[in-house]
Design a binder for this molecule. Structure first.
Ligand code: APR
Length: 315
């Protein structure tokens, strides 16, 4: 059995534990700093597995040393945003959380594959990489799959087409500057731009969708007020986890440490990566249009500003 540790037993951590157990992906360790929270949830979840006749070990604890020798770790610990906040407003609080968790990963499980979900995403992935010393192929952030899923959902509603016919990719930082790639969006293989022309779809409607995608997380926060999205972030992280555990070699947009790719060195930002049993098998470099390239550069600059803040917090 693989060992999967989930750090953070809040909204996203709970859905992760539920879904991972139902998919029987491995034994689960759930960690939260709140006394009894992870333990109680794990006891409840284990009892629910008895109904579905699934044999798995699920352990909840406040003691992070239980992550020892995990195959994979997903981090959702930290605070989510409240209405009116941007992801970037979480930086100081969540950086401290990454510092303590990063030290624990370095000590107890330095060879695991780590997926970060905590925001501001790209800056947290960068900080974790720095603190843990993990190899660049073993740490990723979950953002692009979620952003692409939102874009896909809005497009499927606008075009009145099955979501399964839409293929798309959102790159860049996980914030308002993210870049939905219209030129890499297809409807059952038909390039989106051709599709909208032949079906008389107003381009303004597509622009609105791009904007709604960029602000998709905030829209949910303003509706729920006391929490941010949790179903879609959880299943997006599980798609990355499964590709690693089962060596599926899926190409997925994720926040990865760039070491010269896209002419960027030393930053974490959303790009397409192939995930297999070695973690990141390779990073795919796309040819972007001039417009997309300038949007991508703007997004990278926004991420760079946040990473600079983390660098200051590190010393
Ligand atoms: N160690 C362990 N658990 C911690 C720590 C820590 N140092 N700090 C905070 N936590 C726990 C909290 O006790 C809480 O149970 O992390 C959990 C976070 O859960 P929620 O508040 O429900 O947040 P969630 O919706 O799961 O989002 C978590 O993911 O998408 C991002 O922006 C989101 O940064 C946020 C993160």
């Amino acid at each position: 059995m693989k060992k999967i540790s989930l750090i953070g037993a809040g909204n996203i951590g709970t859905i992760l534990a539920y879904d991972i157990s139902r998919k029987n992906l491995g034994d689960i360790v759930l960690i939260d700093k709140v006394d009894g929270l992870a333990e109680g949830k794990c006891l409840d979840l284990s009892q629910s597995l008895a109904v579905d006749e699934i044999d798995l070990s699920i352990k909840g604890s406040t003691d992070i040393s239980n992550i020892k020798d995990s195959d994979a770790i997903i981090i959702t610990a930290g605070i989510p945003r409240k209405p009116g906040m941007s992801r970037d407003d979480l930086i100081e609080t969540n950086f401290k959380v990454m510092e303590s968790i990063g030290e624990a990963i370095k000590k107890y499980s330095p060879k695991s594959f780590v997926i970060c979900v905590t925001n501001p995403l790209d800056a947290m992935v960068w900080s974790l990489k720095k603190i843990t010393g993990l190899k660049k192929n073993m740490i990723l952030g979950m953002a692009g799959i979620l952003d692409s899923a939102r874009f896909k959902f809005f497009l499927s509603k606008l075009l009145n087409i099955s979501i399964s016919n839409i293929d798309t990719m959102v790159l860049g930082g996980h914030g308002d500057t993210m870049v939905p790639l219209l030129d890499y969006t297809t409807i059952s293989g038909i390039p989106l731009n051709e599709y909208i022309k032949s079906n008389n779809i107003n381009e303004k409607e597509i622009k609105k969708i791009v904007e709604r995608t960029r602000k998709g997380g905030g829209e949910i926060v303003s509706l729920m007020k006391n929490s941010s999205a949790f179903f879609s972030p959880a299943v997006s992280a599980i798609e990355m986890l499964e590709s690693f555990l089962k060596n599926q070699r899926k190409i997925l947009p994720c926040s990865a440490y760039l070491d010269g790719e896209y002419n960027i060195k030393g930053l974490c930002v959303g790009v397409p990566v192939c995930i297999g049993s070695n973690g990141i098998e390779n990073i795919i470099e796309l040819n972007l249009t001039k417009n997309e390239e300038s949007q991508f550069k703007k997004s990278v600059l926004a991420v760079d500003e946040l990473i600079k803040k983390c660098k200051k917090l590190l010393v």
